[in-house]
Design a protein around this ligand. Structure first.
Ligand code: NZQ
Ligand code: ZN
Length: 392
């Protein structure tokens, strides 16, 4: 195991009806004027925004509102949010929504105290200051409610880029699984795929002797394999929703990833897909992640056998370990298809002829990238090709 620090300062406020406590927690964490930031309308329609506003009012905390965050959140709304916060003297940002709303909130939080263009921090400059952010989560997926990351798309050129800092970790995150019961099945499945991908990016490592984090990763993956079909079949199943919601957070606070090298190439390859085609991040991952697995499996066949036997219930074939590894990847893809995810470019709405553009935008030039297996431009092209033609 490698040396590590684990810092996860967020207070997680979990359970039914907890959004009514938003005002109490904003006060606890020092907010005196709040921006409520939300998406395209689901949080308004469900009455959640009213609940949050009422709670802030009861706590005596004034607020202003900015809705309209799109999936794959755009820089253009971030600029509006920064202006609004400055004009209104906002000192605390409350994201009410999913990963896109939370990431947009984090970007606004960076931009308000910064003299230059907030995009600098999405182009490599470290985050030095940010307003406090908190969340009321409405979808189990990105893990942004517990992470220090934010991913924003620059509308000009549809360039999707991320930044990360402990300053962006939410002060608190209210997580009421019943809020996710209104999600369309497709969004539920996209979220489940993202949660599993966050684990896989950590699971495939060259670091040895990491039994505890291996087992934590497998626990999250097994939970997702069991609970996702339950909520797809029965969207109102609170207990299954609750297990998935906590799995999403555990998957991405880095609890499962400490002390081990990680990879993140699948996420990088996916961000180019959701950047270019504006598809859901989870759907892009469903196409990319198994293709990446196929391409890199022989880098460490036994690690893929471990996934196949422990997570997907494959029988170990000691004569032919590679067959076991490939069977595990196949079962992952079958699982994704069974929950309604696309598995190739056609189903996603991507085009094979765009592969050179995707590779170019990925932007590694003649270098390599990745923690499990280093990939160059040629490797990346081959993975996109595998993803383009995948079938069961
Ligand atoms: O905008 P509204 O109307 O709210 O609709 C949203 C949106 O259309 C809808 N939705 C959310 N909660 C709902 C609901 N509909 C009905 N009932 C509810 N309770 O779901 C759609 C998707 O929402 P979005 O926030 O985009 O989903 P998600 O949480 O998957 O976030 C995706 C974004 O997070 C980024 C992704 O790249 C993508 O841009 N990521 C952020 C990470 C981070 N900050 O740590 C890590 C991830 O790997 C990921 O890259
Ligand atoms: Zn993700």
């Amino acid at each position: 195991m490698l040396n590590f620090n684990f810092y996860s300062p967020t207070e997680f406020v979990f359970g039914k009806g907890r959004a009514a406590e938003a005002g109490h927690f904003v006060k606890k964490y020092g907010g005196t004027k709040v921006l409520i930031h939300f998406g395209g309308g689901s949080a308004v329609r469900s009455g959640l925004i009213d609940t949050v506003k009422k709670s802030l009012g009861e706590a005596g905390i004034p607020c202003c509102e900015l809705g309209g965050v799109k999936p794959n959140p755009r820089d253009t709304l971030v600029y509006k949010g920064i202006e609004l916060c400055r004009a209104e003297g906002v000192d605390f940002i409350l994201a009410v929504g999913g990963g896109s709303v939370i990431d947009s909130s984090k970007a606004i939080a960076i931009g308000v105290p910064y003299d230059g263009d907030f995009w600098d921090m999405y182009s490599g400059k470290p985050v030095e200051k940010a307003l406090p952010v908190a969340t009321v989560l409405t979808i189990a997926a990105a893990g942004s409610e517990g992470s220090g990351d934010s991913v924003i798309t620059k509308e000009d050129g549809m360039l999707k880029r991320g930044t990360g800092s402990d300053l962006l970790r939410p002060r608190f995150s209210i997580m009421d699984p019943s809020l996710t019961q209104t999600l369309p099945a497709y969004q539920t499945a996209c979220g489940a795929t993202d949660i599993m991908a966050h684990v896989f990016e950590r699971y495939f490592t060259n670091t040895t002797e990491v039994e505890i984090t291996d087992r934590l990763c497998e626990a999250v993956l097994l939970t997702m394999v069991k609970e996702t079909p339950r909520v797809i079949a029965d969207p109102d199943n609170y207990e299954a929703r609750a297990n998935i919601m906590w799995a999403g957070t555990v998957a991405h606070t880095n609890l499962c990833g400490v002390g081990r090298e990680q990879d993140w190439n699948s996420h990088g390859l996916e961000h180019e897909l959701s950047g270019l085609y504006d598809v859901a991040h989870g759907a892009g991952l469903a196409v990319i992640m198994p293709a990446w697995m196929e391409y890199v499996h022989d880098h460490n066949v036994m690690r893929f056998c471990q996934m196949a036997t422990r997570v997907f219930g494959c029988q170990m074939n000691f004569e032919d370990p590679e067959a076991t590894a490939l069977e595990g990847i196949h079962r992952f893809r079958v699982f994704l298809k069974s929950i309604g995810m696309p598995i190739n470019f056609d189903e996603l709405g991507a085009k094979e002829e765009d592969i050179p553009t995707l590779v170019e935008k990925f932007g590694i030039g003649d270098g390599t990238t990745g923690g499990f297996m280093k990939l160059n431009k040629d490797d990346i092209t081959k993975i996109y090709k595998l993803a383009a033609h995948a079938s069961l």
